[in-house]
Each structure stands twice: as structure tokens, then as C-alpha cells.
Design a protein around this ligand. Structure first.
Ligand code: ADP
Ligand code: ADP
Length: 237
């Protein structure tokens, strides 16, 4: 379970991006964070794995208090938190398979990571996951040969192969056309349910959130203004 308690973030310039935001993510929920541009959605996602340091508040993942970890401990805990990015963040000159396997890099010894030597079960799981995301047969393609939708499928496969406790997706469809956005959201939410990995998605398209999320968190001006099922959002609107 992920718990965010009273998270606040004031940037060095004085911008209060988050003010006392609290919520839990339990089980295998798909939770979408919605809100206008500048509401603090990206900042909230980034505070969870401390890509951005919260100014105040506590993040817990199961029995680990993420906000209390040293840099060294944080490196280990980040294995449990997989990221899916708007711009995919693939290594363009590497193959699809190499990109997916990089989700396992944090589990290798330094020497094996240096040689990129993965155990056979990692390679098998990566292969199976690529089949699942519809990229069977593309293992040896270079990432820079792929379309946007295919790249995001690689991003999803990399996150799943990491075997995380939670996946965080920061605007995963914002670089994609509407049709591809639907396909990617459907895939992400199906695979999250099958693998029983909760996923927290920052998304600005409300209709995608309503269609695919089990639960919606609404942010406005750095504050949590809604937390409930998509149906309840319709009633408020
Ligand atoms: P959203 O993802 O909802 O668009 P953000 O989390 O990106 O919102 O931004 C929330 C607020 O914090 C905005 O006012 C934005 O300008 C500000 N902000 C975001 N990143 C930084 C930063 N690195 N430095 C200063 N202010 C920032
Ligand atoms: P690496 O050894 O590849 O640098 P780490 O051991 O630092 O990886 O992190 C383990 C996992 O956590 C990585 O596979 C990556 O997906 C994720 N991760 C690492 N750093 C960050 C970061 N700054 N923001 C988001 N996720 C990260």
C-alpha cells in the first residue's frame, strides 16, 4: 500500500505546488490524478519516488517510509516504484529487448549491470511481457525505429518487468494521438490488473481517466479537491 500523508511542496522560487495532499493507494487499483495545468499533478507523482523532494509530509510504501530514506536506501526502494513517462524515456540506440530488460538493472550486481548480464528468467519474463504488449517479434528492433504507441508499449513492458509494488505514469498518453491514447490506456490498465500492480496515472484528459480508472483524485491549485470513483465525479460536475 502507498500512503501519501500531508504532502506539501514549495519550489525554491516560492511556488506552492502542493498543499497538504493526503491519499492511499491500496490493492490493484488504477488511480488517475486529474486537474488543470499547474494544479500540481506532475509534482505529486515526482514526490512519490522523491524525484522531487517534498517540503513536508510523509510517503510510505508498505513498511518503508520513503521520505525518511538515505540516498542509498532510496536507490533500493526505487526498484519497487516503476515509472512510465510522457516521452517514454527509452534509450533510443538500444533494442526493444534491451530497453525492457533495463527495468531489471537495479537488481543486478554492479559487475553484471556493467556487462548487462541478466538471468535467464529475466529474459524469459521480458519476452513474455513483450508478447503481452503486442510487440512479440520486435525484440531486436531499435527503439528509434518505433512509433510513439509502440514506444509507450515498451515503456509499459519495462515497468512491468521491473516487478514493482506500484507503477507511476506521468502523462503517459500526452504525446500520442487519441486512438493510440485509448489503446495505451487499455493496455496499461489491463496489464496492471492482471499483474496485480496498482497504478497511479497523471492524466489531463478527463474522459480517459473516467473510462479507465477505478478511482479519481482531483487536484486544483495544489490541493486535493476530489477523491472517489469516476461516477461520483459526474455527479459533482
Ligand atoms: P501539473 O502537472 O498539474 O500541470 P505541476 O506539478 O507541473 O502541475 O506544477 C505545479 C506548479 O508548480 C505550477 O505552478 C508550476 O509552475 C510549478 N512548478 C513545477 N515545477 C517547478 C519547478 N521545477 N520550479 C518551480 N516551479 C515549478
Ligand atoms: P540504475 O542502477 O539503473 O541507475 P537504480 O538502482 O538507481 O537504477 O533504480 C532502480 C529503478 O528505479 C530503475 O530501474 C528505474 O526505473 C527507477 N529509477 C531510478 N532513478 C529514478 C528516478 N530518478 N526517477 C524515477 N525512477 C527512477
Amino acid at each position: 500500500m502507498l500512503t501519501a500523508q500531508n504532502i506539501s511542496k514549495t519550489y525554491p522560487g516560492g511556488e506552492e505546488a502542493l498543499r497538504g495532499v493526503s491519499f492511499d493507494v491500496t490493492g490493484d487499483e488504477v488511480v488517475a490524478i486529474i486537474g488543470p495545468s499547474g494544479a500540481g499533478k506532475s509534482t505529486l507523482i515526482e514526490c512519490i519516488n522523491r524525484l522531487t523532494e517534498p517540503t513536508d509530509g510523509e510517503i510510505r510504501l508498505d513498511d518503508v517510509t520513503v521520505t525518511a530514506l538515505s540516498d542509498r536506501q532510496l536507490r533500493r526502494t526505487r526498484r519497487d516504484i516503476a515509472m512510465i513517462f510522457q516521452e517514454y524515456n527509452l534509450v533510443e540506440r538500444l533494442t526493444v529487448m534491451e530497453n525492457v530488460l533495463s527495468g531489471r538493472l537495479g537488481y543486478l550486481s554492479t559487475w553484471n549491470a556493467f556487462r548487462r548480464k541478466f538471468p535467464a528468467e529475466d529474459i524469459e519474463f521480458a519476452r513474455e511481457t513483450l508478447e503481452r504488449v503486442g510487440l512479440g517479434g520486435h525484440e531486436r528492433d531499435r527503439a528509434d525505429e518505433l512509433s510513439g504507441g509502440q514506444r509507450q508499449r515498451v515503456g509499459i513492458a519495462r515497468a512491468v518487468v521491473q516487478r514493482p509494488k506500484i507503477m507511476l505514469a506521468d502523462e503517459p498518453t500526452s504525446s500520442l494521438d487519441p486512438e493510440t491514447s485509448h489503446a495505451v490506456m487499455e493496455l496499461l490498465t489491463e496489464i496492471a490488473a492482471d499483474e496485480r500492480i496498482p497504478v497511479l496515472i497523471n492524466i489531463h484528459e478527463v474522459e480517459l481517466a473516467v473510462e479507465y480508472a477505478d478511482r479519481i483524485i482531483g487536484l486544483a491549485d495544489g490541493e486535493l479537491v476530489f477523491d472517489g470513483p469516476p461516477e461520483a465525479l459526474d455527479e459533482t460536475a
